[in-house]
Design a protein around this ligand. Structure first.
Ligand SMILES: [Zn+2]
Length: 499
């Protein structure tokens, strides 16, 4: 019998706010332990939480970006459990009336557009972090009370690879929307994975097994690549799977059982008596709606449609938003946006990367630049380019009109990148225009044939490749400026004795 996997993900994302969820402490990474704390986020008796309005707005915005509805009534609940790094011994979260409900994420997977339904995205708070040393342990509460969004998917995912793509698409949407920086290194995205298996095409769900607290997307993929075959094997052997929670051992590459259903928590959810229910007004929602941006997939599809770009180019402009934003207004002014895309992607991007690398080497030598900024962040940015966007159109025009060959165009581009010189002026000044004057080319062709009787005879006796050698000689003699098509035509005509 064939089995299939049923996967749902709960993704926790740290919101991009300046302060924490219920107090004015900074939401900042990397501060010395227990420096961004106050009586509220340390859970002292008698304190009262005050909601961070930007976190409420970002939650509603995420809902809109994920095609959810934003109910006109939501509330906060207490989820009771004990954690050494959670001072209140309850977490404020949203239980039965979350801030957003029922949406979906669309993404590309194996050449198709997949849609995974989102059950809800609700707001909660993060806990602190425990550190274990040789002889003792410590808790850092800097992260306690940082706003977290929990995005719960329906069990619509069917493979490890699909779960991985879903997570990447979700991350892109949140970064695009300015909801979160999603910096994995800083623990800004964490994930709980629910996975079960069932006979292929079946309707009933198997025993749900949860893999907790994954902090990398590749970890999620690897854990599923291990866990799915494990569950199928148990079923095939006639064994029973029971609802349980497992842990992913990244080094060993295996999942391990932590607890089973009998030991499941009873969280005793109840409405937080310190917090008023939320009732977003139409006006408030309209202000949030104004912050909705074009989604990454829509941007890619629009670049393919509006500028007739191949998927690979549109993908580059989806991933590198500033580069795409730079490309667009230029592309609108030309009949050949693909040529502009080639220059922007193949040449401009490479030059910018080269500059950035150089400045990184510099920054390793001297930690801080004169401006006081680490020089690694200084490298040339698009805003600092020496040439105007119109110069790129001019360059494309020169190639299209065959005024310059594509190899000369590379030289012209390098010059305009370094000095800001206009392409047409530079071509004029250096005499780089392609020679299409047939008398001049004819002379060069005659010379090449006379100087290379061997290859000329080879061509006449049927070796077509000999023409390329002669063509190369003419191009060399013209310093790359002869029109290559014209050279080819003329050589062939002469060797074949045509007029
Ligand atoms: Zn605080």
């Amino acid at each position: 019998m064939d089995y299939e996997a049923v996967i749902g993900l709960e993704t926790h994302v740290q919101l991009k706010t300046r302060s924490k969820m219920w107090c004015g402490c900074a939401n900042a990474f990397g501060a010395p332990p227990n420096t961004n704390v106050c009586p509220v986020c340390l859970g002292m008796p008698g304190v009262l939480p005050v909601p961070n309005e930007e976190a409420l707005r970002l939650t509603a915005l995420t809902g809109l970006l994920l095609n959810c509805s934003v109910p006109t009534r939501a509330k906060f609940d207490r989820k009771s459990y004990f954690y050494p790094d959670m001072p209140k011994n309850y977490q404020i979260t949203q239980y039965d009336q979350p801030s957003t409900l029922g949406g979906y994420v669309e993404f590309e997977f194996e050449g198709r557009i997949e849609r995974v339904r989102v059950t809800r995205a609700h707001l909660e708070e993060d806990v602190g972090k425990s550190f274990h040393f040789d002889r003792n342990s410590g808790v850092d509460f800097n992260r306690a009370g940082v706003p977290l969004l929990e995005i719960v998917s329906e069990p619509d995912l069917t493979s490890a690879a699909m779960a991985y793509e879903y997570l990447n698409a979700l991350k892109e949407i949140l970064i695009y929307g300015g909801v979160s920086d999603c910096d994995m290194e800083k623990g800004m995205v964490r994930c709980d994975v629910n996975v079960s298996v069932r006979p292929k095409g079946g309707q009933e769900l198997g025993a749900k097994i949860e893999i907790k607290n994954m902090n990398s997307f590749s970890g999620v993929r690897r854990a599923l690549e291990y866990e799915i075959p494990r569950q199928i094997e148990v079923r095939k052997q006639g064994g029973t799977l029971i609802q349980s929670t497992r842990r992913w051992d990244d080094v060993g590459g295996v999942t391990e059982e932590m607890r089973t259903k009998e030991h499941a928590h009873d969280y005793r959810y109840f409405p937080d008596p310190d917090l008023m229910p939320l009732a977003p007004s139409e006006e408030w929602l309209a202000a949030v709606r104004a912050r909705v941006v074009e989604l990454p997939l829509a941007r890619k599809q629009r670049f393919m449609r509006d500028y007739q770009l191949p998927a690979s180019d549109a993908e580059v402009f989806k991933n590198d938003v500033p580069l795409g934003d730079y490309f667009e207004p230029i592309a609108r002014q030309t009949k050949n946006p693909k040529a502009v895309a080639n220059w922007v992607i193949n040449n401009l991007r490479a030059k910018l990367a080269e500059r950035r690398e150089k400045s990184e080497v510099r920054s390793q030598k001297s930690e801080v630049d004169q401006s006081g900024l680490p020089s690694a962040v200084i490298g040339t940015s698009l805003a600092e380019l020496k040439f105007k966007p119109a110069a790129l159109l001019e360059l494309v025009g020169l190639v299209e009109a065959r005024t310059i060959s594509s190899s000369v165009a590379q030289q012209v581009f390098a010059e305009m990148f370094d000095t800001g010189q206009s392409p047409a002026a530079f071509v004029q000044e250096k005499g780089l225009a392609q020679v299409s004057d047939s008398t001049a080319i004819e002379k060069l062709c005659d010379d090449a044939i006379a100087a290379n009787p061997g290859p000329a005879a080879d061509f006449k006796s049927g070796k077509a490749a000999a023409l390329n050698f002669l063509k190369g000689q003419v191009m060399k003699a013209s310093k790359g400026k002869a029109n290559p098509a014209l050279v080819g035509e003329m050589l062939e005509r002469k060797l074949k004795g045509q007029p």
